[in-house]
Design a protein around this ligand. Structure first.
Ligand SMILES: [Zn+2]
Length: 197
């Protein structure tokens, strides 16, 4: 009962959003940042947490079944996205392995092309968490196509790797924030200069 009510509403929400809002890099960075490397916390630590996070964003039907396999798969995709962002931000990460992981998740999500003349798009056909993760991957695809992917980065601090959108004019931002990682790097560079003297 819930599902039959929920699905058309979600589709309306998603397609309306697509038409008016465009791709949303924020959803991608929010997903990557559910794990905070610096603090050692993970918002998606178990099935209940993953369910609540996805349902709160309209990506999963409230009450949908979520297993520990779903959690493992979703977290692998999250870390693969972090690796892709880290690699393009100059950090040590295996971008090829990460891209293969993301491709595999896209296959699990059954992502298909819809040749709708008024609104051509790609969309997941899988249900449950695999489909929900697929919606995040569609966002990645859209962000790559529209060019805002160039502005998506991971914080250059190796122990942080926080995902963010660089909105600076010359696209030169390297840190999640100047107050934390930016200053830390400055202090480290200062110390290193003085050690080498
Ligand atoms: Zn940082």
């Amino acid at each position: 009962m819930i599902r039959s009510y929920w699905l058309p509403n979600l589709l309306r929400k998603v397609s309306g959003y697509k038409m008016h809002g465009g791709p949303d890099p924020g959803l991608i960075s929010d997903f990557v940042n559910t794990r905070d490397l610096a603090r050692g916390t993970d918002v998606l630590a178990g099935p209940t947490q993953l369910h609540d996070w996805l349902a709160a964003r309209g990506l999963l039907a409230p009450g949908a079944r979520v297993t520990s396999v779903d959690v493992a798969e979703a977290c692998r995709v999250r870390e693969a996205l972090r690796d892709v962002l880290a690699a393009k931000s100059g950090l040590d990460a295996n971008a090829e392995a990460a891209a293969a992981e993301i491709d595999a998740a896209a296959r699990r999500a059954g992502i298909e092309v819809r040749f709708d003349p008024t609104c051509p798009r790609v969309e997941p056909t899988a249900r449950g968490v695999r489909g929900a993760v697929g919606r995040i991957l569609v966002e990645v695809y859209d962000v790559m196509v529209d060019g805002s992917w160039d502005r998506m980065k991971a914080c250059r601090a190796d122990d942080c790797r926080w995902a963010f959108l660089d909105t600076s004019k010359n696209r030169s931002r390297c840190w999640c924030s100047m107050e934390s990682c930016g200053n830390r790097a400055k202090v480290q560079a200062y110390r290193q200069r003085h050690v080498h003297r």
